[in-house]
Design a protein around this ligand. Structure first.
Ligand code: C2E
Ligand code: CA
Ligand code: CA
Length: 432
């Protein structure tokens, strides 16, 4: 009776949902509001159950979409929804929130059983791969949070989402339970978001510069601008604590322009004092490449300060450019035509570095600092670095090595004719 009852209930809710257009036509999954309603009903009907909220997304889904086309993306979503459906019991439900995000309400009375379901899900998704030319692995990232009695379901959904976000590429595990530390991270994040607009106005963001050195004669030949946040109460905050948050809430669009303007201001001041200036590179979020307006914005700043664009370099991380996006590339080309130098930051840290070199007009390649962070550099690594340098030069690009900390590293880089180096061996980032 229980099984049949549950089954009938499910059919009934599915029918109601369809009627009210609460079902996503692509995957046949419920949308968020239908999911929430069904989940409340199930929780109410099964007081004996311990429930979990499951929040998943598909790793690198956007990349797959952009590389293989939307039909491939759709195929994966349909497959995922069907995989979810197949592990579901009658006292459980799931829905699609948006894109590749799915939520589920799962029975957690038996943790082993639940974890075996996650394994099933992963195994099934791992098996689908593009067969003809390419092979890629699909992996699912899952955040989990218990459903608390009496509290709103959206709280558990938020927490499961937080747990999901905490999973980084470095983690072996593909699922994670919410914990209180994540909450304090979120609170820190909220605090940063509360303060950021004021901080920009009050000029709490400072531009530090780290020199770049020409390896043949150890002379300074440029610098990279790196932002810091001087909070009145906490002191200097490093960019890794706030840039990822600003990337997410798009505040980075304002901050990068501010840094860019500060750099132009500094260069103008030095020109006015008849000092020699060096090219300065600024870090440039990929979000800028989503809107042509950036071309006018940069142009108006360089015009205002009368700084030649050839003294300004825009550093884009290679992971930013992996998404094969023609619009993005066209903006990059225009920036290049305006005279800005374009630099590929963190070269070698991602997947498609070499591919990108073929298609984008880079002037500079920055070798990722991780190349040097291994304890010992093996012969193989030396061969790789040597050939990257060679290739960059044949493509008429300058090459900068980041994170150079020892004389041995510098000597090696000099011996393979790398152009420039940047790192603690020479100087840390410092005020203008
Ligand atoms: P990045 O662009 O890869 O910058 C290089 C980072 O390596 C800097 O960290 C720098 O201080 C550090 N570094 C320099 N030399 C050495 C060395 O010899 N050894 C080691 N271990 N590290 C070295 P920082 O300043 O903390 O910046 C972190 C990241 O934050 C930057 O990585 C960049 O991605 C981002 N960032 C900084 N300023 C901005 C900005 O104005 N806009 C944007 N969008 N991102 C920024
Ligand atoms: Ca950089
Ligand atoms: Ca870098």
């Amino acid at each position: 009776t229980k099984i049949l009852g549950g089954y009938l209930n499910r059919i009934r809710t599915e029918e109601t949902a369809k009627r009210l257009q609460l079902i996503d036509p692509l995957t046949n999954a419920m949308n968020l509001s239908a999911f929430t309603e069904t989940a409340y009903q199930l929780i109410g009907d099964h007081k004996e159950n311990t429930y979990l909220i499951f929040y998943s997304d598909i790793d690198k889904f956007k990349l797959i979409n952009d590389t293989y086309g939307y039909s491939e993306g759709d195929r994966i979503l349909i497959e995922f929804a069907s995989a979810m459906d197949s592990i579901l019991q009658n006292d459980e439900c799931f829905g699609r929130i948006s894109g590749d995000r799915f939520v589920g309400l799962f029975n957690y009375n038996n943790p082993k059983l639940f974890l075996s379901k996650i394994k099933q899900l992963n195994d099934r998704m791992n098996r689908i791969s593009k067969t003809e030319t390419d092979f890629y692995r699909i992996s699912i990232i899952i955040g989990l949070s218990p459903v608390q009695e009496g509290s709103h379901l959206s709280l558990s959904i938020d927490r499961a989402d937080m747990a999901r976000k905490s999973i980084t590429a470095r983690h072996k595990s593909r699922y994670c339970f919410f914990n209180e530390a994540m909450k304090s991270n979120l609170m820190k994040q909220r605090e940063i978001e509360d303060l950021m607009d004021d901080a920009l106005e009050k000029e709490e963001f400072l531009v530090y510069y780290q020199p770049k050195v020409r390896l043949i004669d150890n002379e300074i030949c440029g610098a990279e601008a790196l932002v810091r946040w001087l909070q009145p109460e906490k002191g200097l905050i490093p960019p890794n604590d706030f840039i990822p948050i600003f990337e997410e809430n798009k505040f980075i669009l304002k901050l990068d322009l501010y840094v860019f303007e500060q750099v132009c201001k500094h260069l103008r001041k030095m020109l006015d004092q008849d000092k020699t200036i060096f090219p300065v590179s600024v870090n440039f979020s990929r979000l800028h490449l989503g809107n042509r307006e950036i071309l006018n914005q940069l142009q108006s700043i360089v015009t205002r300060y009368q700084v030649p664009t050839s003294y300004l370099e825009l550093e884009l991380t290679e992971s930013a450019l992996q998404e094969n996006n023609a619009y993005m590339f066209s903006i990059l080309k225009e920036l290049h035509n305006m005279g800005f130098k374009i630099s590929m930051d963190d070269f070698g840290s991602g997947l498609s570095s070499l591919n990108l070199l073929r298609t984008i007009p880079f002037d500079v390649v920055k070798l990722d600092k991780d190349f040097f962070h291994q304890e010992t550099s093996t012969e193989r690594e030396r061969i790789v670095i040597t050939n990257i340098v060679k290739m960059a030069q044949e493509l008429h690009m300058k090459i900068v090595s980041e994170g150079v900390e020892t004389k041995e590293q510098a000597a090696f880089l000099r011996s393979i004719h790398c152009d420039m180096a940047q790192g603690y061996l020479y100087a840390k980032p410092m005020p203008v």
